[in-house]
Design a protein around this ligand. Sequence first.
Ligand SMILES: [Zn+2]
Length: 277
Amino acid sequence: MAMKMGSVKIPDEQIERTGYIELSECCDVKGHEKVNMIHFHSEIICPRCFLIDRGQEFAYKKTMEHFDNTAEGRRSFFYKNSIVHNKNILDDGIKNYVNKDEKESFIKRQANQVAHDVIADSRNVFMYGGAGTGKSHLLVGILKNVNELSTEKRCLFVSVPKLLSNIKKSFNDPTELKGEAYYMKLLSDADVLGLDDIGAELSMNTTKQATDFTINTLYNVLNAREGKSTLFTSNLTIEQLGNLMDERIISRIKTNVIYMDFNHISDKRPIAYKLKQ
Ligand SMILES: [Zn+2]
């Protein structure tokens, strides 16, 4: 996290002696002990942030080395690196989505078609509708079909609430190598990315700081993914989402998008689960 600052006067003899100059300022990143920033090669750098970034880059490289570009390597990448609350969700497939009426049969057929469209044309997909209608289930199913059908696409499923909480946790733990820089790299490199449950944090009452963090994180991910397929699920419509986050994100979602409407699909969760809600 190198920071450029205004002109800083540096005594030549000090630069000659050490190659850098220590400043009396510290960075404002929370989560590591305060250390003085240094002026090095005409940049102002926090040595701790620098090391954290380097560590995460290294962790990411190690992750990728493990998954070569063979079909098998790519397939296992999906299972090993997807970010989920519960790994069992990755067992879902389109074929075990229970369809009881015409609406449900339609959405199931659409899911199969979408997997082909994602491979052929790098389409974005926006799946919206009420909780419990099986959006995450079909998102996983589509990604698994792409994962099996495509010879070159590396797929990743990411629960957005889980991702945000992992990044936040890493801010308070300087030894955690999987933090913001790591996840940014992971999510921007995936060829086909499923972002599950976007907007969930925003529709709850949260602080402005938390909202800004969510929006910035999403924006940075989508910005780094131009031209690649991203699939979204949300309990909100695209218009409702538009009221909660900025237009730059919405316009990226809408680019080359296929909508999948889960309204009027019955809640598929067990009754005991619904009563708890
Ligand atoms: Zn720092």
